[in-house]
Write a protein that binds this ligand. Structure first.
Ligand code: R5P
Length: 290
């Protein structure tokens, strides 16, 4: 347990007890931060969100951590529920930046002793890792999400229930069951166009007829994965479908698309939305982080 908990103003919605740090703006838009308590010799947990406004959130994180180091904190644990750039963890085309490594390296260089994240895309399982020299603890919200999904489905009999991830990456969250997803090549590299690899195939790979299905994933971003998974399972005759994920970005009206496709949807409050109903703070407390 940390001796001091510092909470960024962008995390007040999580209702974590701690000291609010000052994060404001200079007139030109640059970030100003101030640590309002002495931290010398203390182990400090800093809770900070980096979404939305990922680039700004990360710059703030770097300067807060550097300042904690300058003030001689003994240990600096950064709790960043959703780690941005986590999907830029490999080089698909020559010359591409592996941004996830850069972010972690910079965080380590600023003085972060340990980074705590939730269902971080590039880690693919719960546990402790070293990535680009940074110590990372990856916690999974899967137990909490599945418990809520079962309640929504009124605790169906095991034989009537399937819990699956929509692809191999998040299969550690479902207990191993996964659908079969294939992405295509990058879209054209027209200036101004968002970089994206379309989903060209998504198959259930199991008998869905008459089943209640829980689809669990690390994140719902554009929602293309979840929407395709729901459509596939509906066509295959699934009964009720619950979609849940740790991080709900819900770009491109994807929440509406999922609901219109007949699914019920919820996520954790790592990112606030109208369906953020599973508490990150509860998880962090249960794990003894805070
Ligand atoms: C992919 O490997 C992840 O686990 C998610 O399935 C994916 O990132 C979701 O992205 P989108 O919502 O854009 O399909």
């Amino acid at each position: 347990m940390a001796e001091a908990v510092l909470v960024s103003p962008n995390c007040l919605d999580l209702k974590i007890p701690g000291v609010e740090l000052e994060a404001r703006k200079f007139p030109d838009g640059e970030s100003y931060v101030r640590i309002p308590i002495p931290v010398e010799g203390k182990s400090v947990a800093l809770v900070h969100k980096c979404y939305p406004n990922q680039d700004e959130g990360l710059i703030q994180l770097f300067i807060i951590v550097s300042q904690l180091r300058d003030m001689k904190a003994k240990k600096i644990t950064c709790v960043v529920p959703y780690l941005p750039y986590a999907r830029q963890d490999k080089r698909v085309k020559d010359g591409e930046a592996v941004s996830a490594e850069t972010i972690c390296r910079l965080l380590k260089e600023c003085g972060c002793s340990e980074l705590v994240v939730l269902d971080c895309h590039f880690l693919k399982k719960e546990g402790e890792f070293s990535y680009s020299g940074l110590k990372i603890r990856n916690l999974s919200m899967s137990k909490e999400l599945i418990a809520k999904a079962k309640t929504e489905l009124q605790n169906p009999k095991t034989q009537d229930l399937v819990i699956t991830s929509p692809d191999v990456g998040a299969s550690y969250m479902s207990g191993g069951k996964k659908m079969d997803k294939k992405r295509g090549d990058y879209n054209s590299s027209k200036k101004g166009e968002a970089v994206y690899r379309d989903i060209v195939e998504l198959n259930a790979g199991f008998e869905a007829r008459g089943k209640n299905v829980v689809i669990i994933d690390d994140m719902i971003s554009t929602g293309n994965t979840m929407v395709k998974a729901v459509e596939t399972l509906k066509k295959a005759g699934a009964s009720k479908i619950v979609c849940c994920a740790t991080h709900g970005l819900f770009l491109n009206s994807s929440l509406d698309k999922l609901v219109n496709a007949g699914a019920s949807v919820f996520v954790s409050d790592s990112i606030q939305s109208s369906v953020s109903s599973v508490s990150v703070a509860g998880k962090l407390r249960a794990e003894g982080i805070l």
